[in-house]
Ligand binder design. Structure first.
Ligand code: ADP
Length: 452
């Protein structure tokens, strides 16, 4: 049984994992960089070990140092959170070899789903619809153009090793394709150390709808309903909600079944997410699987009442899922609060927070590592917290989010709070009509002083 967990992460997700462990009576070990000495995860864990310099590459990405810390402190398991080493198959394998439980899937599943073209082929064989495109990576320009013409323009060029919305390019004809193809592969090489790219048909104005999966080590796979993550900027999620205002019961059922089949095809274990794009007609296509806990997991927790991080730990302990389906009730919505200036093209806004006051009241949850006087280091991603609001239905959840955002005070830095407040009262969003093209349209018709 797991008695002590090393948390190989920082920020709000490290706190989230500490909270689950504490409620389960499990001891925690935080690891931290020199820039995070003042961080809450270091203060709140039972023990803490410094593993290196401020940059992620010198600390949170240093697998050997993390394993060494795990051995010194004698932990049974490592929770990787999201980002950093969470989807690194070699790290999971190293843990397996050192007899430390990796709280996540087996390294083989991470490897299979981490390569996006292998992932697509795997789920296609299991009968899950995928976006039309090249069969695997394309290497030469001639082969790539052939695949683009076959899929039909517009197409999107994506990095096989991509993630975080980076490394994607759209092309509308042969001429722009030739240029974008070379830019995409050299960008992928620089960003991911792997220049391989593949081609997909660009689905116009789709919704991004994903299904949360839980799978135990006894072969049981269930889904916990969907999250609609269509509100994105530069392919990065800003707002997530559950249920999706777009899905009908029959489409939800079909997509849920497909998601379970996809996880089964990867021999998946632990918590994971199957992401789909859904077009205006309700056709859905698998795009990728995320083999870790996600930023937006709280919306699923709010509508199902299931603590996903505790479930991850239970599954890693070899326990069986105690239920064959999860019931969803009410509506939950999450706003990602970033230290960025929405009125100045989302310029990063690191620095010291003066006053910090988080909203509260019925149905309001804030997962954040920020506090009054906290200095946000410039080395990591800009998210400083998440506001999750729950209500009996969508209008209640949206009004509650608008109210909570008005109470949320983060002085001294710029944040995305005013932008979220504007979206919560935007008629198109309120009608449930947002697709992945929503933000572009919102910016085009909204004067920036609305979110100052
Ligand atoms: P990443 O792993 O970098 O997050 P994804 O494959 O999950 O990349 O895609 C992220 C987002 O990019 C999607 O939510 C969607 O908005 C957009 N996208 C990806 N593939 C397509 C496609 N074929 N057509 C239209 N939009 C796409």
């Amino acid at each position: 049984m797991i008695q002590k967990v090393l948390i190989a992460n920082r920020g709000e997700i490290a706190l989230r994992i500490i909270r689950a462990c504490r409620e389960l009576g499990i001891k925690t070990l935080a690891v931290y960089s020199e820039a995070d000495v003042q961080s809450l995860h270091v203060q709140l864990a039972d023990e803490a070990i410094c593993i290196g310099g401020p940059r992620g590459a010198d600390s949170y990405l240093k697998a050997d140092r993390i394993i060494a810390a795990a051995e010194v402190a004698d932990v049974d398991a490592i929770h990787p959170g999201y980002g950093f080493l969470s989807e690194n198959a070699r790290f999971a394998e190293q843990c397996e070899k050192c007899n430390i439980k990796f709280i996540g899937p087996k390294s083989k599943s991470i490897e299979m789903m981490g390569n996006k073209s292998v992932a697509k082929e795997t789920v296609r064989k299991a009968g899950v619809p995928i976006v039309p495109g090249s069969d695997g990576p394309v290497t030469s320009e001639a082969e790539a153009i052939k695949a683009a013409r076959k899929a039909g323009y517009p197409v999107i060029i994506k990095a096989v090793a991509g993630g975080g919305g980076r490394g994607m390019r759209i092309a509308h004809n042969d001429i722009s394709f030739a240029k974008e193809f070379h830019v995409a592969s050299s960008e992928a090489e620089k960003a991911f150390g792997n220049g391989a790219v593949y081609i997909e048909k660009f689905i116009e104005k789709p919704r991004h709808i994903e299904f949360q999966i839980l799978a135990d080590s006894h072969g049981h796979v269930i889904h916990l309903g969907e999250r609609d993550c269509s509100v994105q900027r530069r392919h990065q999620k800003l707002i997530e909600e559950s249920p999706s205002p777009f899905l009908t019961p029959s489409l939800r059922k079909a997509m849920g079944k497909a998601a379970v089949r996809a996880a089964e095809a990867a021999a998946y274990e632990n918590a994971g997410t199957i992401e789909f794009l859904v077009d205006a007609k309700g056709n859905f296509y698998f795009i990728e699987m995320n083999t870790r806990i996600q930023v937006e997991h709280p919306v699923t927790e709010e509508v199902t009442g299931i603590d996903l991080v505790k479930e991850q730990i239970r599954i890693a302990n070899g326990e069986k899922l105690g239920y064959s389906e999860a019931i969803q009730k009410g509506h939950a919505i999450e706003c990602r609060i970033n230290a960025e200036d929405p009125a100045r093209n989302f310029a990063p806004s690191p620095g010291t927070i003066g006053l910090y006051y988080a909203p509260g009241g019925l149905g309001v949850r804030v997962d954040s590592h920020a506090y009054s006087g906290y200095t946000i280091p410039p080395y990591y991603d800009s998210m400083i917290g998440k506001l999750i609001c729950f209500g009996k239905d969508r209008p209640t959840a949206l009004r509650r989010a608008h109210r909570a955002l008005s109470e949320f005070l983060v002085r001294g830095i710029k944040t995305t709070i005013p932008l979220h407040r504007a979206i919560m009262s935007d008629p198109i969003f309120m009608e449930g009509k947002a697709t992945t093209a929503y933000m572009e349209d919102f910016f085009a018709r909204t004067p920036p002083d609305v979110f100052v």
